[in-house]
Each structure stands twice: as structure tokens, then as C-alpha cells.
Design a protein around this ligand. Structure first.
Ligand code: NAP
Ligand code: GLV
Length: 306
């Protein structure tokens, strides 16, 4: 069995060593133009030439959860595309989102500013029941995040394409419920995949429907958010602030208004990192399952976009 590795901006050696250790029966090599055909591929943002040359692949494993960049390429119609299915990401996402939501709810930013001025001051405790948190996307990451927020007794709502039942979470499904979902939220967390349906979904109209003083946490993709609409709603006072981990252009360009905006916290696309060992174990397990003719989880539906 031949496995080819083609991951842009990723140091290949540790991945090749890990895959060889997990699959000693396989030949694992880094892809070069003109390389012989492989059975399976491990990829991140491969060039179109890679796909044009590797037409005989049985499956292509993305070393991330989001496949929006991959689906922009011309893929052989029968190729199985497999996304990372948690692999250690959901706990990171839960801690990131809870940290951002709690930092806002408890006004820790304000306390830090006070302390920096040498001021010992109290703020009036806010009612948790008055801080409903809405999670857009109730998939692998969204459900874990919703569950973690529940542990802090926030009222939690979730919105997805198909109907869901998640313990302790008020679930909304489909476009017809979107406005009701939004108008109930005081904190909005975006964990949708980027698809033609969800691009620009965080815009002036949708964000205006959040409760006054709402807070946005975008941890999915930068192209979900219309940057200027967010800035207008922050400056106009409808939104209290935002924590942004993802951006239309990454790295976030120098001089972009988000860098220094007093109501925006920026992190460099780090909310849920790909963990190499967990990912290799998951991918190796799935390659072996496919070779035995067994079904696997995490298959992407290119027509749906995720
Ligand atoms: P997932 O398991 O595929 O879940 C996606 C969820 O979004 C599902 O609940 C799906 O609904 C819902 N959804 C999709 N299209 C929708 C639409 N048009 N309207 C309403 N709901 C819709 O994905 P995941 O593993 O949770 O990951 C989510 C995203 O997080 C990834 O695509 C990626 O962009 C992002 N991400 C970011 C980082 C980071 O470090 N910032 C790390 C990992 C992932 P159904 O359940 O009905 O299908
Ligand atoms: C990271 O953004 C991922 O999609 O895994």
C-alpha cells in the first residue's frame, strides 16, 4: 500500500515518521510532481497538480476539520474525501470558546484594565440566566462547545441544518428558524463549515438581530464574517465586542482595523490546532478500515460542502 503526503506549510518529516510507525506495512512518501500513483493521500491545501496526477487515489485525508479549501479544487468524482473527526480538536475548541465567553460575561478585560491603573474596583455581577449563548453549527465541534457552555450554567441554544436533540440545548434547525435563534442570543459562537450557503452569514442584517450588547465569537472561517458590518455594529454600539480567531486573509494583514480595535480580541487561527499524534492514529485507523472494506466516519459530501 502506498501513501502520499502533500501538506502545504507543514513540516513533513514528523508526519512521515508517525505514519510509517502507525502503518509499517505501507510505503509512505512525500509527494513530488511526477511521483508514482498512491492508494491514499494525507493532505492540507494540496496544489491542483497533485490531484490531476493522483487520479487513482482511494481516499484523501485532510489534516483539518474544515474542507472548504480542498473543495475548491477539481476532485475526481469518486474520490473519498475524509475530514478530521475531532482528533483532539473539540476539547481545545471548548476551552477557547468558554474562555472567550466567560471573559466577556465576567468582564475580566475591564478588571485587567482597572488593575493596570492600580484601581481596586468591583463591577455588579451579571445574571447568567440573562446571557443565552447561541452556537451556530452543532457538529463535532459545536456539540462539544455547547455541552461545555452548559457546564457553566449558561442558557445554550444551537442552530444546525438538520434537526438535533442535544441534552440541555435548545435546538433550532434550518433557515426558517434562523432569525428566532439569533434574536434569543447574547453571545453568538460560529462553528459552521464554510460553504456557499454560509459564506458572509455574519453580516449587518444577521448580527443586528442579536440582542443589544451581544458578543461575537468567530472560530470557524473568516469568510463567514463581513468585516465592515462587524466594525459598524461595534462602533454603533449594538455589539459589545468580538473574539476572532479566523480571518478572510490569514495572516491578518498589517494595518487591518481588527488588530487594534478596542472591542476586538484577535488570535492567530489557533482555537483548535491539529494534533499530530491523534490525527495520525485516526487516519491510520481509517486507512486500515477502508482496506478491510469497512465504513468510516468523517466522509465529506462535496455536494453539501462539508
Ligand atoms: P461538522 O461536524 O461538519 O459540523 C458542521 C455543523 O454545521 C453541522 O451541525 C451542520 O448541520 C451545520 N451546518 C452546515 N451547514 C449549515 C447551514 N447552511 N445552516 C445551518 N447549519 C449548517 O464540522 P466541525 O468538525 O464541527 O467543524 C466546524 C468548522 O469549524 C469547520 O468546518 C472549520 O471551518 C472550523 N474549524 C476551525 C478551527 C480553528 O482552529 N479555528 C479548527 C477546526 C475547525 P447538520 O448537523 O445538520 O449537518
Ligand atoms: C482548522 O481550521 C481546521 O479546519 O481544522
Amino acid at each position: 500500500m502506498n501513501i502520499t503526503f502533500c501538506c502545504t506549510d507543514t513540516k513533513a518529516e514528523p508526519w512521515l515518521a508517525g505514519l510509517r510507525a502507525a502503518l509499517p506495512q505501507a510505503t509512505v512518501t512525500e509527494w513530488q510532481p511526477g511521483a508514482p500513483p498512491a492508494d491514499h493521500a494525507v493532505v492540507w491545501a494540496p496544489p491542483q497538480r497533485f490531484l490531476d496526477e493522483q487520479q487513482g487515489l482511494k481516499a484523501m485525508f485532510n489534516i483539518g476539520a474544515g474542507v472548504d479549501a480542498l473543495l475548491k479544487l477539481r476532485l475526481p468524482p469518486s474520490l473519498k474525501v475524509v475530514r478530521l473527526d475531532d482528533a483532539g480538536m473539540s476539547v481545545q475548541m471548548a476551552e477557547y470558546v468558554c474562555h472567550a465567553a466567560i471573559r466577556h460575561f465576567r468582564e475580566f478585560g475591564g478588571y485587567e484594565a482597572d488593575v493596570a491603573q492600580g484601581r481596586w474596583s468591583y463591577r455588579k455581577p451579571r445574571a447568567r440566566t440573562d446571557f443565552p449563548v447561541g452556537v451556530m453549527g452543532l457538529g463535532v465541534l459545536g456539540q462539544r462547545v455547547a455541552g461545555a457552555l452548559r457546564q457553566f450554567d449558561f442558557p445554550v441554544r444551537g442552530w444546525s441544518r438538520s434537526a438535533k436533540a442535544v441534552d440541555g440545548v435548545a435546538c433550532y434547525a434550518g433557515p426558517a428558524t434562523f432569525h428566532d435563534f439569533l434574536s434569543s442570543c447574547r453571545v453568538l459562537v460560529n462553528l459552521l463549515p464554510l460553504t456557499p450557503e454560509t459564506q458572509d452569514i455574519l453580516n449587518r442584517d444577521t448580527l443586528s438581530r442579536l440582542r443589544p450588547g451581544a458578543y461575537l465569537i468567530n472560530v470557524a472561517r473568516g469568510a463567514h464574517l463581513v468585516d465592515d458590518d462587524l466594525l459598524a455594529l461595534l462602533d454603533g454600539g449594538h455589539l459589545a465586542g468580538a473574539t476572532l480567531d479566523v480571518f478572510r486573509t490569514e495572516p491578518l494583514p498589517a494595518g487591518h482595523a481588527f488588530w487594534k480595535h478596542p472591542k476586538i480580541t484577535v488570535t492567530p487561527h489557533t482555537s483548535a490546532r491539529t494534533l499530530r499524534d491523534e490525527s495520525i492514529a485516526q487516519i491510520a485507523g481509517k486507512i486500515l478500515a477502508l482496506e478491510r472494506g469497512e465504513p468510516i466516519a468523517g466522509l465529506v459530501d462535496p455536494a453539501r460542502g462539508y
